[in-house]
Ligand binder design. Sequence first.
Ligand SMILES: Nc1ncnc2c1ncn2[C@@H]1O[C@H](COP(=O)(O)OP(=O)(O)OP(=O)(O)O)[C@@H](O)[C@H]1O
Ligand SMILES: [Mg+2]
Length: 216
Amino acid sequence: MIITFATQKGGTGKTTLAIAFANFLSISSERKVNVFDFDFQKSFYHKWKEDEPLDIPKLYEVKIIDEENEEPVCDFENLIEMKESDEVYLFDLAGTLDAKYSDLLIYSDFIVIPFEYSNVSAKSTLVFINFLGLIESQAERVFIRSKYDKGYKYQNQEGMDAEISKYGVLLKSPVFKRNCLQTIDTRKLTYEQKYAVKNSFLELTDYINKCLEITL
Ligand SMILES: Nc1ncnc2c1ncn2[C@@H]1O[C@H](COP(=O)(O)OP(=O)(O)OP(=O)(O)O)[C@@H](O)[C@H]1O
Ligand SMILES: [Mg+2]
């Protein structure tokens, strides 16, 4: 199956959540996790490389996708093969819309969309939803409130929640703003990090299991 972390807005927590979810699945599921970094900044890949000296075993491989790649990873045949596979193919995208993402966004099983309630983020999320509509993406959309501040009263929360719920599933549990997530690595989840993402990720895996009639 293909699970893609994407949205049009930069800095919303895509890579952080993609790393946390890849770690979470590698630890909690029997399925093999394969990560593709499709962002020109290659943040996920660099982090994974940086973690090489750590004295903890690697949880998964991370490959980069760029123009220099000889084999096209995201062509139709490969995508269908990944989609039909029992393994998990997890993609982390850049915070910009680009035609090169279209096929992946069309054929992903799930697109995980982290968002915040700031006006800029809210607008970008709606633009991204619109883009998915235009390319006729078949993927299930899962929205996660990212960097959520418990003590803050977001004025547009109700309206935004109602709007995005028309286009996909909004997870009840937010991922709160937590310092521990700023120092995440690709080899483990600390107790604190696990606590920070657990409820959202259990909801997410439940939803995936329900949609695909599988057990992650
Ligand atoms: N839940 C969180 N709590 C606190 N800080 C967070 C959280 N999630 C992400 N951050 C921080 O926010 C910044 C942006 O996060 P991240 O790189 O994951 O976003 P992104 O959407 O991948 O950005 P880009 O669009 O540049 O790829 C990072 O400094 C990260 O450590
Ligand atoms: Mg990123």
